[in-house]
Write a protein that binds this ligand. Structure first.
Ligand code: GRF
Length: 200
């Protein structure tokens, strides 16, 4: 089974959705590690409850992104991680992680990219009075939500939509879509590029 790491910064409901399908066997993967840049985040409690190792760190305690990404990379290597799943990780990745895991990092974003990238995509969609928004799963590159798109699902924004109702609709879709796309990617062996293919 492929070893994956999930990166999260907050609540970790997508992380939980992935834990749940791994536990039922619907997603054939081994969640080897949670990486979290906010030591007090609820995602860390979810990892503890599921007995998944967690590496949490405070970026401010490092001299640079390169410095903490080197430590993350060491952690990933020590757990044999082959594929990275960003699930609410609120930081851009730098060349250290991208260099090591290029083509093997995915992210989920709560809008139909390229619309509403970055923070508060739900708020941006409401502010813009958009009729549609949605969820995008994409490969990660150095930009802000700019990597190649894998899949998108649309959601209608109703006239009386509130931030809470829209957030709920989005998360309901995310929690189903992310596990199923991960299963597809991991099964198809699309998780490795030639350079990085591992035999163990
Ligand atoms: C999700 O809406 C995801 O699309 C975005 O951040 C949010 C994380 O939520 N990247 P959670 O921490 O998984 O509950």
């Amino acid at each position: 089974m492929k070893k994956i790491a999930v990166f999260a910064s907050g609540n970790g409901s997508n992380f939980q959705a992935i834990i749940d399908v791994v536990q039922t066997g619907e997603l054939k993967a081994d969640i080897a590690l949670l990486v979290c840049d906010k030591p007090g985040a609820f995602a860390v409690e979810r990892a503890n409850a599921a007995r998944i190792p967690a590496f949490s760190f405070n970026p401010k305690e490092y001299s640079s992104k390169e410095a903490y990404e080197k430590v993350i990379t060491e952690q990933l290597t020590s757990y044999g991680v082959e594929f990275i799943v960003l699930a609410g990780y609120m930081r851009l990745l730098g060349p250290t992680l991208l260099g090591e895991y290029s083509g093997r990092i995915v992210n989920i974003h709560p809008s139909l990219l390229p619309a509403f990238p970055g923070k508060d995509a739900v708020g941006q969609a409401l502010e813009a009075k958009a009729k549609w928004t949605g969820v995008t799963i994409h490969y990660v590159d150095e930009g802000m939500d700019t990597g190649p798109i894998i899949v998108q699902e649309r959601i209608r924004i109703e006239n009386k939509e509130t931030r809470e109702s829209l957030q709920q609709k989005i998360q309901k879709i995310e929690h189903k879509l992310y596990p199923s796309i991960l299963q597809m990617l991991l099964m198809k062996g699309e998780v490795t590029n030639d350079k990085k293919t591992r035999t163990n």
